[in-house]
Design a protein around this ligand. Structure first.
Ligand SMILES: Nc1ncnc2c1ncn2[C@@H]1O[C@H](COP(=O)(O)OP(=O)(O)OP(=O)(O)O)[C@@H](O)[C@H]1O
Ligand SMILES: C[C@@](O)(CCO)CC(=O)[O-]
Ligand SMILES: [Mg+2]
Length: 394
C-alpha cells in the first residue's frame, strides 16, 4: 500500500529518422530521443479520490477510487496480462460515459490512463492526483502519446511499489534499472495500443531508453556511437491521428500488396543504409557523408507520399528547404504534423535563419535541435526546469 508520496517523472519525445510506417510491418526504423519532454507529477491523497489533470488537452477528471473498484471484475481474468482487449475498452468507455461531442484526443488519453491505472494497481488502487504537462506538441509526429504512456507506466509502477523509486536510496540516480525499464516499456506499449490501435513499439522504446536506437519487430538495439547531427524540426500544425494514418497504410498494403510491399522494403533498405553511414561517420572516415544522407531523405519522403501519408503542408516544407539547398522529410506518422530537415555542420546560420523565417511565415513552427536525449527519468523537485516547476505550481 502507498502512503504519502510525491514523484516527478519525465520522458522524451522522439524523431524518426527513417522507417516510420514500414516499422509497423516488421521493417527497421531508426529513431532518436528529442530534447522536448513530457513531465508527470503524482501525489498521493487521503480522501479516496483520484484526479487527473491534462492541461495540454484541456482535460480534468476526478473519480472515487471505490467507483474504479467496480472495473476490476472486467479486468480480473486478464489482470497483469498486458494487452488491452475489446472487453477492457468497452468497460472503460461505459465507465467514463464520454458525451457525444467528446474529442477523441481526450477519450484516448483518459482510456489509456484508466487502463494502465486499473491493470497496474489492481486491488491496491491508490488515491492520488496526477498532472501531466508536455513541452511536445500533441499529435504532431514527435511521439507525444508514447512519452505520455511512458510517464504513466513509470509513475504507476513506482507508486504501487512494483518497481523501486530510484531516488529512495540515492538522490543522484535519475532512472530505473534495466529490468525495471523493460517493464515500464512493456506497459507503455499497452497504453500506446489504446492510443494508436496498432503501434510498432518504436516510440515507447525511445521514450523509455532515449538515445538513438534501431528498432525492428520489438527488438531494440541501442546505437552507442551516433554523430551529433543538427536538425531543424518544423511543425505544420496540421492536426492528424497516428491511428488513422497507420490504418490507412495497412488498407493500402492489403489492397496492393505487390505495389506497397516493395516500397516498405525499400524504406527498410534506406534505414539500413542510413545506419551504415552513421557508423562510418563516427569511425572517422573522411568521406563527405552528408550528400548520401540527404539523398536518402529525399527518396524516403517520396516513398512516404506513395504510401499515402504525405500532405501539401509537408510538400511546402520540402520545397522551401530545398530552395536553400536543404533536405527534409516528414517524421512520425505524417498526414501533417512535423518534418525533419538535416543541417550540415557547414550550413550557413544565416541560411538556417532565412529558412526558419520563411517557414514561420507559412504558419509553421520551427525548432533547431540536436539528436539524442535521456530516456525516462525521475526528478527531485529542485532539479526540474523552472518552467516545469511553475506548471506544477512548485
Ligand atoms: N501531454 C498530453 N496530455 C494528454 N494526452 C496526451 C498528451 N500527449 C499525447 N496525448 C495523447 O496522445 C494522443 C496523440 O497521439 P498520436 O499518436 O496521434 O500523436 P503523437 O504521438 O504526437 O505523434 P506520433 O505518434 O506520430 O509520433 C492525443 O490525442 C492524446 O490522447
Ligand atoms: C507511424 C509510426 O511508424 C510511427 C509513429 O511515430 C507508427 C508506429 O511505429 O507505431
Ligand atoms: Mg503517437
Amino acid at each position: 500500500m502507498v502512503f504519502d508520496k510525491e514523484l516527478f517523472v519525465s520522458a522524451p519525445g522522439k524523431v524518426i529518422l527513417h522507417g516510420e510506417h514500414a516499422v509497423v510491418h516488421g521493417k527497421m526504423a531508426l529513431a532518436v530521443g528529442l530534447n522536448l519532454r513530457t513531465f508527470l507529477r503524482v501525489k498521493t491523497r487521503k480522501d479516496g479520490k483520484i484526479s487527473i489533470n491534462l492541461p495540454n488537452i484541456g482535460t480534468k477528471q476526478c473519480w472515487e477510487v471505490s467507483q474504479l473498484h467496480s472495473l476490476l471484475p472486467a479486468f480480473q481474468d486478464d489482470l497483469k496480462q498486458a494487452r488491452p482487449s475489446s472487453k477492457h475498452l468497452e468497460t472503460l468507455r461505459n465507465f467514463v460515459e464520454f458525451p457525444k461531442e467528446n474529442k477523441e484526443t481526450e477519450s484516448l488519453a483518459l482510456l489509456a490512463f484508466l487502463y494502465l491505472y486499473v491493470s497496474i494497481c489492481g486491488r491496491d488502487m491508490p488515491s492520488m492526483d496526477v498532472v501531466v504537462w508536455s513541452q511536445l506538441p500533441t499529435g504532431a509526429g514527435l511521439g507525444s502519446s508514447a512519452a505520455y504512456c511512458v510517464c504513466l507506466a513509470a509513475s504507476l509502477l513506482t507508486i504501487c511499489g512494483i518497481i523501486e523509486d530510484p531516488l529512495q536510496h540515492n538522490t543522484k540516480i535519475s532512472s530505473w534499472t534495466l529490468t525495471e525499464q523493460e517493464l515500464i516499456n512493456q506497459w507503455a506499449f499497452q497504453g500506446e495500443k489504446i492510443i494508436h490501435g496498432n503501434p510498432s513499439g518504436v516510440d515507447n522504446a525511445v521514450g523509455t531508453w532515449g538515445g538513438a536506437l534501431q528498432y525492428q519487430s520489438e527488438i531494440i538495439t541501442q546505437m552507442d556511437r551516433v554523430p551529433m547531427l543538427q536538425i531543424l524540426l518544423t511543425n505544420t500544425q496540421v492536426p492528424r491521428s497516428t491511428k488513422v494514418l497507420v490504418a490507412g497504410v495497412k488498407d493500402k498494403l492489403l489492397k496492393f500488396p505487390d505495389i506497397i510491399g516493395p516500397v516498405l522494403s525499400s524504406i527498410h533498405a534506406i534505414s539500413q543504409e542510413c545506419q551504415r553511414i552513421l557508423k562510418d561517420m563516427t569511425s572517422g572516415l573522411s568521406a563527405d557523408h552528408y550528400p548520401i544522407l540527404e539523398e536518402l531523405i529525399d527518396i524516403n519522403q517520396n516513398h512516404l507520399n506513395v504510401i499515402g501519408v504525405g500532405h501539401p503542408s509537408l510538400d511546402k516544407i520540402c520545397q522551401v528547404t530545398a530552395s536553400h539547398g536543404l533536405h527534409s522529410k516528414l517524421t512520425g506518422a505524417g498526414g501533417g504534423g512535423c518534418a525533419v530537415t538535416l543541417l550540415r555542420p557547414d550550413t550557413d546560420p544565416n541560411i538556417v535563419e532565412t529558412v526558419k523565417q520563411e517557414l514561420i511565415s507559412c504558419g509553421f513552427q520551427c525548432w533547431e535541435t540536436s539528436i539524442g536525449a535521456l530516456g525516462v527519468s525521475i526528478h527531485l523537485p529542485s532539479s526540474l526546469p523552472a518552467d516545469i516547476r511553475s506548471e506544477f505550481g512548485i
